[in-house]
Design a binder for this molecule. Structure first.
Ligand SMILES: Nc1ncnc2c1ncn2[C@@H]1O[C@H](COP(=O)(O)OP(=O)(O)OP(=O)(O)O)[C@@H](O)[C@H]1O
Ligand SMILES: [Mg+2]
Length: 365
């Protein structure tokens, strides 16, 4: 009998390289983001010369290429010069000043103990090592809204910016957030020590989404494995849902999987339509993508809110549901943080016997 897996591949081979549609894939080109990337490169260029880079904040809705642009610019920067030390931190995974400073120490090759050491001490070590090595750390704080929503979290921005003034260490910070007013919401003292270029990422237009989806379809599928109407349809759905490139790519991927399962000779419009209901929610709420970075209590809260459906859940009811695992005060604090991180939205309500809040999963604008 011929090898079963080879048979399956030959029979159903639509994908040439499906990794090109997975979330971590970084393409060589980002159509529609040339200007933003050049601007960021201008900000960071001094790092290649051992001088002080300009800090930057990249803001905009989900799926507009902020993370990818930052990663690609950093890749070019490190190919160009060995001076900068690029450090990428996802603040959903590392949401504290202590954690961020420890991650920088790790990247400098000096891992710090996880206990028995104060954040201030780690900071001084980081400064000392980076200066000794003559490196310019360029730190991307992705999902920075999550960091600043944490008590004391935003102080790390202050640390990194003041490092230059007080300790004469050169560092560049690239903060990425969904909230357009991210910078304006920073504490006044931190804002004044974090002068930054704000690069605003707008939702993609229909032609841009077509180009992005077309580029990835060419990488991911064999030639003629995709019907010509498929890319325009994925782009149109993504355009209607906030100009989100992630959605266009997730539709392409799911449609490809459905086509394979059906043993179809190519991906067609009906596969995209079948993929649509599952692809949209999967890419839509930050809560669902961020769930891995949350601790158990955050996850329970998000789960309960999600199960309550579109109408949301009343805060009193949520406290009651979770009373077995946490106190009301703790839950209230977490809800506030999840709201500030763009996961939940809360609305005040007047009830017969006082005030309450209605809590929902936040949908993108
Ligand atoms: N201009 C582009 N060209 C090619 N692919 C793109 C482009 N913009 C985004 N993508 C793709 O879309 C997906 C989402 O992009 P990215 O993660 O950069 O968005 P984001 O703005 O960081 O979103 P979020 O705010 O949700 O984190 C990625 O798979 C990325 O490869
Ligand atoms: Mg991102």
């Amino acid at each position: 009998m011929a090898n079963l897996f080879r048979q399956i591949r030959e029979e159903r081979g639509l994908f040439k390289d499906e990794s090109a549609l997975l979330p971590d894939f970084l393409p060589e080109e980002l159509p529609g983001r040339e200007r933003e990337m050049r601007e960021l490169a201008f900000c960071l260029k001094p790092a290649a010369e051992g001088s002080q880079p300009r800090h930057a904040a990249l803001v905009g809705p989900p799926g507009t290429g902020k993370t990818s642009s930052a990663r690609l610019v950093l890749k070019h920067l490190c190919e160009y010069s060995s001076r900068p030390l690029a450090i990428y931190i996802n603040c959903w995974e590392i949401p504290s000043r202590f954690g961020v400073l420890s991650a920088i120490a790790d990247a400098l090759g000096e891992p710090m103990p996880r206990r028995g050491i104060a954040a201030d001490e780690i900071f001084l070590r980081v400064v000392e090592i980076a200066k000794k090595e003559g490196r310019v750390p360029v730190i991307v704080l992705d999902e920075a809204d999550r960091l600043v929503a944490q008590p004391g979290g935003e102080k790390v921005l202050y640390d990194l910016c003041r490092a230059g003034e007080v300790q004469s260490l050169k560092t560049g910070v690239v903060a990425i957030a969904n909230d357009e007013s991210f910078s304006a919401k920073l504490d006044a003292r931190i804002r004044s020590s974090f002068p930054q270029s704000v690069l605003s990422f707008k939702p993609y237009s229909m032609p841009q989404l077509k180009e992005i989806a077309g580029q990835r379809a060419r990488l991911a599928f064999f030639e003629s494995a995709v019907h010509p109407d498929v890319v325009p349809l994925c782009a149109a759905i993504a355009y209607k849902n906030g100009g989100d490139a992630r959605l266009a790519l997730s539709l392409l991927f799911s449609a490809g999987k459905i086509a394979e399962r059906e043993n179809a000779s190519c991906v067609n419009v009906s596969h995209v339509r079948q993929a649509q209901p599952s692809a949209i929610p999967a890419s839509k709420t930050k809560a669902e993508r961020a769930v891995f970075g949350m601790d158990a209590l955050d996850q329970e809260i998000v789960k309960a809110v999600k199960e309550a459906g579109k109408g949301g859940i009343e805060s009193g009811r949520l406290y009651q549901l979770l009373s077995g695992i946490a106190k009301e005060r703790a839950i209230r604090g977490r809800i506030k943080r999840l709201e500030e991180s763009g996961v939940l939205s809360c609305q005040d309500m007047q009830l017969k016997h006082g005030r309450s809040r209605m809590i929902r999963l936040k949908e993108p604008k």
